[in-house]
Ligand binder design. Structure first.
Ligand SMILES: Nc1nc2c(ncn2[C@@H]2O[C@H](COP(=O)(O)OP(=O)(O)OP(=O)(O)O)[C@@H](O)[C@H]2O)c(=O)[nH]1
Ligand SMILES: [Mg+2]
Ligand SMILES: [Zn+2]
Length: 294
């Protein structure tokens, strides 16, 4: 029986595919050879289901709207970038690399600050709100923004990403307590730094689909994606009003004379940390060979 479905989970050599409301466990072996594409969670696929025993094989990966290398998810509308005020500390370059790659792939980046009970989230929220992003804030006894977040999930496909331990799984459970996803408990001090979530999984919730993903470590700063240096300026949405206004058309917006972006930075219209991330990513992009860019 041929069916069209969506990959919800990829784990130890199997894909879990949802088709017509039924879950099929499909073998991963040989799929790449057959389709020429390694299937990702979020992919729409054609499967052949074996009778009614819930097993099958993936025959074809249907065209993707977009795909991320890290976290490995396809066909996203939203990328929720989760950062905690502390434990672990936020890192602007990590956040801005993620916002840039999401913009590049036409995925809406959204910033969520967690653990507001442990410190002030205001500076982070302010930076990203001003840059033009939707932002949310949650804390242990403050689930104020959770209801608003649910609205953004409705009818969309979203993924949560961020350092390990920021509270991605905890937040998903707050959004939908029926999910009961395993999280690192505060009492398990020994477990700190360990990854609790170990595979990508797309959950059907809040009228949409949300992927919980394994966190990355603080050292794991790159994400395997490349943006051409000339494209990078378009991946910082707060630069938009100034692009095309610089004295030199080839302006890199890093140290050139007559640069409108740098003027906006001086005037406080663009956050220092955001421009510093842009400059760091630009330096990196200069080293990238064209063949490395997909
Ligand atoms: N104080 C406080 N602790 C929180 C909050 N959110 C999550 N935590 C705690 O942070 C720890 C990590 O939470 P998880 O939800 O497992 O983090 P995660 O981002 O899913 O981590 P990985 O799965 O390893 O990527 C747990 O001990 C949570 O109880 C919060 O808002 N405030
Ligand atoms: Mg988790
Ligand atoms: Zn410029």
């Amino acid at each position: 029986m041929e069916l069209e479905g969506r990959i919800l989970k990829s784990i130890s050599g199997f894909y879990e595919v949802e088709a017509d409301g039924i879950l099929y466990t499909c073998k991963a072996r040989g799929v790449f050879r057959k389709t020429g594409t390694t299937p990702l969670v979020g992919d729409y696929v054609h499967i052949t289901a074996d009778s009614a025993d819930g097993e099958g094989t993936v025959d074809e990966v249907l065209p993707r709207r977009n795909a991320l290398a890290r976290p490995p998810v396809a066909n996203l509308d939203n990328l929720f970038i989760i950062v905690s005020v502390c434990e672990p500390e936020p890192n602007a370059l990590v956040i801005d690399r993620l916002t840039a790659i999401a913009e590049y792939k036409k995925i809406e980046p959204i910033l969520v600050v967690t653990k507001s009970d442990l410190g002030s989230a205001e500076r982070l929220l302010e930076t990203y709100r001003k840059a033009g992003f939707r932002t949310f804030c949650v804390g242990e006894d403050d689930r104020g923004d959770v209801a608003e977040m649910r609205e953004l999930l409705r009818g969309r496909i979203s993924a949560f990403t961020g350092n390990t331990g920021v509270g991605k799984s905890t937040l998903l459970n707050a959004l939908d307590p029926t999910l009961s996803i395993a999280t690192a408990q505060i009492s398990q001090k020994l477990g700190r730094g360990r990854h609790t979530t170990r595979h990508v999984e797309l959950y059907r919730t809040c009228g949409g689909y949300v992927a919980d993903t394994p966190g990355f470590s603080a050292l794991d700063i790159e994400n395997g994606e490349f943006i051409h240096k000339d494209e990078l300026q378009y991946c910082f949405r707060e630069f938009a009003p100034y692009l095309g206004e610089c004295r030199f058309t080839s302006c890199a917006h890093v140290r050139d004379k007559g640069c409108r972006v740098l003027e906006a930075l001086q005037a406080g219209e663009i956050a220092q940390s955001r421009h510093a991330s842009y400059a760091a990513l630009y330096e990196e992009a200069k080293q990238i060979k064209d063949w490395q860019i997909k």
